[in-house]
Design a protein around this ligand. Structure first.
Ligand SMILES: Nc1ncnc2c1ncn2[C@@H]1O[C@H](COP(=O)(O)OP(=O)(O)OP(=O)(O)O)[C@@H](O)[C@H]1O
Ligand SMILES: [Mg+2]
Length: 329
């Protein structure tokens, strides 16, 4: 166009510059659109994450849970873990009364721990099943106040990187509110007292190797601390999920003596989950789980007379001990 004289030179040069500038701007526009699109996908993720957190947050509304509980009832409770096809619990119904110590027994994966968490309101029942505390659906109770009423000694206890005292008292208030006398009583009952006494620094000893001067405990010693933590909480519902599985025989015996025999509390519901059936003999009621259902329930004697799964498991364990005793005699 310049050669043919259609365009003056200045206009042609201006046009070239304009095209170049437009090209740069277009490239930037494409880049920025791409960035906006990419970041918008993260915003989606963020919104989904926030939504999920909101759903998982404890219920802040509702009635405060009662200070003591007389009856906990499970009615046709079903629970399936997210991403699982088969339910962990399938139509469980039971009633627990204050003053009772009940035992959950059964094969691995039969739903004992899940059921204990449900009756304590830590998980919520699905498909129309209900868990009620003194007649009130746990879904209508404030979750935080409900959890404050439950002492949990979990199968795999949390190892807080705190001092021995804080590890015991973390279940109730802050360290400044800790009651050392009650902590000592709980430690005595669980056998944690000797563990703590042997630590340089005693109650102040830091229980984590991650910090300088910290100490690590063995699995059985941690279990004693966990039982002490559960007892210190002094809650109306106490869940003991295989609390002594890593303890030595004397320590295990001492815990059962202290928790189950020496300390019957008329205002407490204690749930004991154990594979060592000798420890459930003295429980008020035994529930036998299998595949997410309760297949037998009753006292030890009733279940032995029934001659079902419990009697078979108990006899198997007892025979093992008898055979050993016979060999060494
Ligand atoms: N956090 C979880 N996520 C997904 N599935 C789970 C989870 N916890 C348990 N389950 C599944 O739920 C079922 C019941 O598990 P639960 O822990 O209640 O059994 P359990 O009777 O306590 O077993 P164990 O004697 O081994 O402690 C099992 O099939 C298990 O695989
Ligand atoms: Mg379990």
């Amino acid at each position: 166009m310049l050669i043919a004289g259609w365009l003056p030179l200045a206009a042609g040069a201006g046009a070239v510059l304009a095209i170049q500038a437009a090209q740069t701007s277009l490239t930037r526009l494409v880049d920025v659109s791409h960035l906006v699109y990419e970041h918008a996908m993260w915003v989606d993720d963020l919104l989904a994450f926030q939504e999920r957190c909101r759903a998982l947050q404890p219920r802040r509304s509702g009635l405060p849970a009662p200070g003591t509980v007389r009856i906990i009832t499970l009615d046709d409770v079903t629970f399936t873990y997210p991403g699982k096809d088969t339910p962990a619990l399938n139509g469980i119904s039971m009633t627990l009364h204050a003053g009772q110590t009940v035992a959950f027994v059964g094969v691995n994966g039969s739903g004992k721990s899940t059921c204990a968490r449900l009756l304590a309101g830590l998980y919520e029942p699905q498909e129309g099943g209900t868990v009620t505390w003194d007649g009130v659906n746990v879904l209508d109770l404030d979750a935080e106040s409900l959890q404050a009423r439950v002492g949990c000694v979990l199968q795999d206890p949390v190892r807080f990187p705190f001092s021995a005292l804080a590890n015991l008292t973390v279940s109730r208030g802050t360290l400044t509110e800790a009651d050392p006398r009650r902590a000592l009583e709980a430690a005595r009952a669980s056998g944690a007292e000797q563990v703590i006494a042997a630590l340089p620094g005693g109650w102040e000893a830091l229980l984590s190797k991650r910090f300088r001067g910290g100490h690590e405990l063995s699995a059985g010693q941690w279990a004693k601390i966990a039982v002490a933590r559960g007892l210190y909480k002094n809650a109306p519902v106490l869940l003991l999920d295989e609390p002594t599985s890593s303890m030595d025989p004397r320590a295990e015996h001492a815990v059962y003596e202290a928790v189950l025999r020496d300390n019957p509390r008329s205002d407490q519901i204690t749930v004991l989950i154990s594979h060592r059936l000798a420890s459930v003999v003295s429980c008020d009621r035994v529930f036998v789980f299998d595949g997410g259902r309760v297949i037998e329930s009753g006292t030890h004697q009733e279940l032995m007379n029934l001659g079902g799964e419990y009697a078979a498991m108990f006899t198997l364990q007892a025979d093992g001990y008898r055979a050993e005793a016979g060999e060494t005699a």
